[in-house]
Design a protein around this ligand. Structure first.
Ligand code: SAH
Length: 397
């Protein structure tokens, strides 16, 4: 067990921590320089030495670490982790019991009281993502705890930290048996090929589950669909299975093409009847305008920040323009699925970007669906910025 370091929180922030704010920020610390050992257990106290909460030191771009408990007598040991995991698992019983969905989030960082760690479930396998060197020092205890509280076929991990904040490529296998990849998981009955051992991403973003299902159930039938920033084409697959007449997937990454073919194929869809383009989305917009192409449904799900040869895109600066490009190639009465995972602004501001696009073009619209994170991506009410996902279905006309 590690010894605890008492660290003083300044007066401005102490009320927040007493109420349960989970992120330990530099600004809140009286003396941040005294922190130097990643993984140290921190006892947050006010200037008078009164206990506020307990957490650990782990540097991320977000802050200096996370609160783990508001109970002074609790020790951060394997039993503590077992309790966190048991609670998180019990909250997802409906997911564990649903044979139609075999991939979901089991522990969502601070939303489940354990900032810096994320655990996803993929059909019997568990994938742990560690977000700081500090949280990674708990690895052995967390893995032992997980194996104690639930049956795991195998455990994989992603280390999402290093000195430059870049992902480190290495063998991701940790314990149990190795999986065979691609592994095919289900989401509302739809198949997805995933890889737990191949780089930073697995092939599917689980947080868009409800959005994919809504496209499939309510918006795809008989429609032409353009999926921009399509990655492995997950939205295209949902649309095709929902009865879209044709899907067009556009992504700049070379491997997106074979990945998209794979996702169509594991669902028995003939990929040759779909368009899969490796291309800069901004060039595609120009091409579509020149050819006078229009789509009934356009999905816009850009990364928060992207740089290609010709264009730099930052969600918070450029979403309005992106939206204008999309409106120009959407049919009258068509729908744009506008999505962003940027944590740097909230839903209100996002709606503002969309409104501005229509104002500048002079068009009318209505918002027909609105999504934030799904229920397995649990969010803590004291930390609203944890709810980064914003998706609006915008109907033209
Ligand atoms: N919508 C996807 C996830 C998108 S991830 C899904 O639901 O699965 C972001 C993707 O944008 C990456 O695959 C990246 O290759 C792609 N990308 C980034 N900049 C791009 C650009 N200028 N043109 C096309 N694709 C781009």
């Amino acid at each position: 067990m590690k010894s605890e370091i008492s660290i003083k929180i300044n007066d401005k922030f102490k009320a927040e921590y007493a109420k349960g704010y989970p992120l330990i920020t530099k600004e809140a610390l009286e003396n941040p320089d005294m922190l130097n050992t990643e993984g140290s257990i921190l006892k947050l106290v006010d200037k008078q030495g009164r206990f506020l909460s307990k957490g650990y030191y782990g540097r991320q771009n977000k802050g200096y670490g996370w609160v783990l408990t508001n109970n002074e007598s609790e020790t951060i040991d394997q039993t503590f982790f077992e309790q966190k995991l048991t609670t998180a698992i019990s909250r997802r019983q409906a997911f564990f019991n649903n044979p139609e969905t075999t991939a979901f989030r089991v522990l969502n960082g601070e939303g489940d009281g354990f900032g810096g760690l994320i655990i996803d479930y993929y059909d019997g396998f568990y994938l742990l993502s560690w977000y700081s060197e500090g949280v990674y020092t708990f690895k052995d205890r967390v893995i032992a705890a997980l194996q104690n509280v639930i049956e795991c076929k195998g455990i994989y991990q992603k280390k999402r930290f290093d000195t430059k904040g870049q992902y480190i490529e290495e063998d991701d296998f940790v314990a149990g048996e190795r999986g065979e990849f691609p592994m095919v998981v289900k989401e509302n009955g739809v198949n997805f090929a995933v890889y737990l051992n191949d780089g930073a991403m697995t092939g599917i973003f689980l947080d868009q589950r409800d959005v994919r299902n809504t496209i499939k159930q309510k918006y795809a039938k008989g429609k032409t669909v353009l999926n921009t920033f399509s990655y492995t084409g997950a939205f295209s697959v949902a649309a095709a299975l929902g009865g879209a007449t044709k899907t067009t997937s556009v992504d700049l990454a070379k491997r997106s093409s074979s990945k998209t073919i794979e996702q169509f194929s594991v669902n028995g869809i003939d990929f040759e009847s779909q368009d899969i383009l490796v291309m800069d989305v901004f060039n595609y917009f120009k091409y579509a305008k020149r050819k006078e192409l229009k789509f009934d449904l356009v999905v816009l799900d850009p990364p928060s920040f992207a740089r290609s040869k010709k264009y730099t895109f930052s969600t918070s600066k450029d979403y309005t323009n992106l939206m204008k490009e999309a409106i120009a190639i959407t049919e009258k009465n068509g729908v744009i699925v506008a999505s962003t995972n940027s944590a740097s602004f909230g839903m209100k501001k996002f709606k503002g970007f969309i409104d501005k696009a229509f104002k500048e073009i002079g068009g009318k619209y209505s918002i027909v669906e609105e999504f934030t994170l799904p229920s397995d991506f649990r969010v803590q009410k004291e930390f609203k910025e944890g709810n980064y996902l914003k998706v609006l279905f915008v109907k033209l006309g």
